[in-house]
Design a protein around this ligand. Structure first.
Ligand code: AMP
Ligand code: MG
Length: 391
């Protein structure tokens, strides 16, 4: 059996970053920047008022000083003239600070009568001017690769970039296999259950930037599996679920191989999960996940999501882990790395769920963490730090 990290290294060798494409900025959130975004202007493009008040020469400011108001500058409406000695311009936030002025005295510190203003006794000492280019200047970059957040989108807009270059979304084909499965909403026979894994995996992978398609369920026959692989054509990654063990009805590996997959079959030293199949099928990478619902979701998190991130150009990195403190003592762990459904509370204390059977989706849905016990982990005391994947 190989370790999780060894399996991941092999999976990474099956994928590479996809080609870039241009998208309108309004559709770029959650996409991965594929080329540095370069600011096309300074922000602000002029020294701008940061408060409402009066623009004056800073060296004339002292308690009780008086000025004559010679004009007004509002956002989008610059004052065209120059502020001379003894003069002030009424100014509002966002307006260009006129020539001759380099300070805004806030309106709260001023009394005005007609076009005369008098400064108060207790003036704050800030200029309330945002210098030109204080946020960013022309040529400054937002470097790639980067998963674009809402704040990034605002920044790119301010940089005057209406389109950005991002990685193409990985196309994923999800194939459930099994005679016992029907789609949600269909009427199951007495010996059937409802498919869940493809739905959970689509949600997981779409959320990190893939475009996953749920294909029709493949039955446990060669023609049905062949038809499913045929429908998966065009995908960058084909994920099958179930049928990957060594039972009489576990045909996925055989059929994929007959269709040209160079198969690697691993037993990974992990719980839940174990059998995992992977290889290349023409242009696509192919991964076969175990059928048990929690195994499929955990393997999705541990193996498939990092492959998607690699295809998005975010690097070949395992899923990022956080650390919490054990709420209770734990007995010794087993021989395999164990991803345990667990709950992390607001104080950062982690408690594994009592029931860890890999068929129990309700326990997974309640959990907010997969606590990772290393292989051959010794007994642990309450308060010990332990890694987890947030859910
Ligand atoms: P298998 O790996 O095909 O032997 O499946 C292992 C277990 O997972 C069996 O109990 C299957 O019924 C169940 N199973 C397989 N695929 C799915 C699926 N897509 N959704 C829900 N359960 C599944
Ligand atoms: Mg099956």
């Amino acid at each position: 059996m190989i370790t999780v990290d060894q399996a991941l290294a092999h999976l990474f060798s099956l994928v590479s970053p996809l080609e870039p494409e241009e998208v309108p900025l309004a559709q770029a959130a959650g996409r991965v920047l594929a080329a540095d975004a370069v600011a096309r202007r300074d922000q602000p493009p002029f020294a701008a008022a940061a408060m409402d008040g009066y623009a004056v020469a800073a060296d004339a400011v002292r308690p009780g000083a008086t000025f004559t108001v010679v004009g007004e500058a509002a956002a989008g409406h610059a004052f065209g003239g120059k502020v001379g000695t003894g003069e002030a311009v009424r100014i509002f936030t966002g307006a260009p600070v006129p020539d001759g002025a380099d300070r805004v005295v806030i309106q709260e510190d001023v009394t005005r009568e007609g076009d005369r203003i008098t400064l108060g006794d207790d003036l704050d000492d800030r200029a309330h001017v945002r210098p030109a280019g204080t946020d960013f200047t022309t040529g400054e970059t937002l470097p790639a690769p980067r998963l674009l957040t809402p704040a990034d989108i605002a920044l790119l807009a301010a940089m005057n970039l209406p389109r950005v270059t991002v990685r193409r979304k990985p196309q994923v084909a999800l194939i459930s296999t099994g005679d016992e499965l029907v789609m949600p909403g269909d009427t199951p026979g007495p010996d059937q259950i409802i498919v869940s894994n493809t739905y959970g995996l689509k949600a997981m992978l779409d959320a990190i930037g893939a475009e996953a398609r749920i294909l029709p369920i493949a039955r446990d026959t060669r023609p049905s599996l062949e038809a499913a692989f045929d429908l998966a054509r065009g995908a960058d990654l084909v994920v099958t679920i179930g049928g990957a063990s060594v039972g009489d009805h576990d045909l996925v590996g055989d059929v994929a191989e007959a269709l040209g997959m160079e198969r690697a079959f691993y037993k990974v030293r992990m719980r839940p999960g174990k059998p995992l199949m992977a290889g290349r099928m023409g242009e696509a990478a192919m991964v076969g996940l175990p059928g048990n619902p929690v195994s499929a979701m955990v393997c999705g998190q541990v193996f498939v999501a990092p492959m998607i991130r690699a295809m998005l150009g975010l690097g070949a990195e395992r899923a990022s882990r956080l650390t919490a403190r054990l709420a209770h003592d734990l007995g010794p762990g087993g021989p395999r790395e164990h991803y345990m459904r667990a709950h992390v509370d607001d104080d950062g204390q982690i408690t594994p769920e009592d029931r860890q059977d890999s068929s129990l989706l309700s326990v997974l849905a309640r959990a907010n963490a997969l606590m990772i016990r290393p292989a051959e982990d010794g007994p642990r005391a309450a308060g010990d730090p332990i890694d987890y994947l947030p859910l």
